[in-house]
Design a protein around this ligand. Structure first.
Ligand SMILES: *Cc1c(COP(=O)(O)O)cnc(C)c1O
Length: 330
């Protein structure tokens, strides 16, 4: 963890386990000083087994006490409540986490998550719950809106209004916001281009007691780290020209195939990898579902033939962790 100079809030990274819950990834996150960000007790157990002390675990989401079969972990670093019901219940147990916070739901952006701060009754209950936090427990705020869905400019607008709501909560509750947790939803390139310093300056400008700003770059870290290899099964032509091709992968192995363009490389006869450009052909998957499209608007070379090998990039993150068994006869 980095402590920035001049008494300013320190940026801290947290690794979102669900995006790639693999031992080697979690070990790398730990080696590089990231916290573990979990959304269930099952993930907390995974983080503990990987060597994260409870004090380096952040717990988030609407189902964080699942499964109930395990005793909830105690002494976590931070826990961000998704509802006033949860915050009220958690506030009376100071052993759960060093930081207890609230995920805010802004009036301007529709989302199923977080506490709707513009509803007066809910806001009052939120303030009561924050006031009732034990003196030794810090208060934090969680903000999570996917910039990959709403765009980078609207993300900044939303971020600024979260800060303003944070100030309103500070004034009404007389408790300081010392931790701000910024959830994921960044495209890899948007995240690595994010001006972290500008985020910190904006946050400190409104919330002067901030000590830490957590960044949770889930898919931004893991999406680019995997490739999926597939064979061409059939090449279809019309009037002698290639129309599209069927491959032996399918959306069960690449569930986000149609959510963003994936880079694709074709292995040439001399063993080189040739990146496919944009064009008018499609790559379809092997299963009988209309939406089983693996790549769209590609320039497939006229020489493409059954047995050729393609590599599909950006296949990590939710492609791998949400992949499912389908059409395999079991
Ligand atoms: C899933 C999740 C992340 C990571 O989100 P991405 O969309 O993968 O970037 C971060 N924080 C929380 C609380 C999450 O649930």
């Amino acid at each position: 963890m980095v402590k920035s100079a001049g008494g300013r809030a320190a940026p801290v990274g947290a690794y979102s386990i669900k995006t790639a819950p693999y031992a080697e990834y979690i070990a790398l996150a730990r080696q590089h000083g990231l916290l573990a960000e979990c959304i269930s007790q099952a993930e907390v157990q995974t983080a503990l087994q990987a060597g994260f002390p409870a004090g380096e675990i952040v717990l988030n989401g609407p189902g964080k006490w699942w499964p109930r079969s395990t005793m909830p972990a105690m002494g976590l670093y931070a826990l961000f409540c998704d509802s006033v019901e949860e915050l009220t219940a958690v506030a009376c147990n100071p052993a759960l986490a060093k930081v207890v916070g609230a995920r805010l739901k802004l009036p301007s952006i529709s989302s199923r998550f977080g506490i709707p701060v513009d509803e007066p009754d809910t806001f009052n209950t939120l303030i009561q719950a924050v006031r009732s936090l034990a003196v030794g427990v810090e208060f934090g705020m969680h903000f999570h809106i996917a910039s990959s869905a709403i765009g980078v400019a609207r993300w900044w607008d939303a971020f600024e209004s979260v800060l303003a709501w944070g100030l309103a909560i500070e004034c009404a509750s007389k408790r300081r916001v010392t931790v701000l947790d910024l959830g994921g939803g960044w495209h890899p390139e948007d995240f690595f281009r994010l001006d972290i310093d500008a985020v910190l300056r904006a946050a400190e400008g409104v919330l002067p007691h901030l000590r830490r700003v957590l960044f949770e770059p889930g898919k931004a870290l893991t999406q680019p780290t995997m490739l999926l290899a597939t064979h061409v099964l059939e090449v279809r032509r019309s009037k002698g020209r290639i129309e599209d091709a069927i491959v032996d992968a399918c959306i069960a192995e690449l569930p986000l195939a149609n959510y963003y363009p994936h880079p694709i490389w074709l292995r040439t006869p001399d063993g080189e990898w040739h990146g496919l450009g944009r064009g008018r052909q499609q790559l379809y998957g092997r299963i009988c579902m209309e939406e089983d499209r693996i790549g769209s608007n590609l320039a497939l070379p006229e020489t493409l033939a059954p047995g050729d090998i393609l590599l599909i990039g950006d296949a990590g993150g939710y492609n791998r962790s949400m992949a499912y068994e389908f059409g395999r006869g079991k």
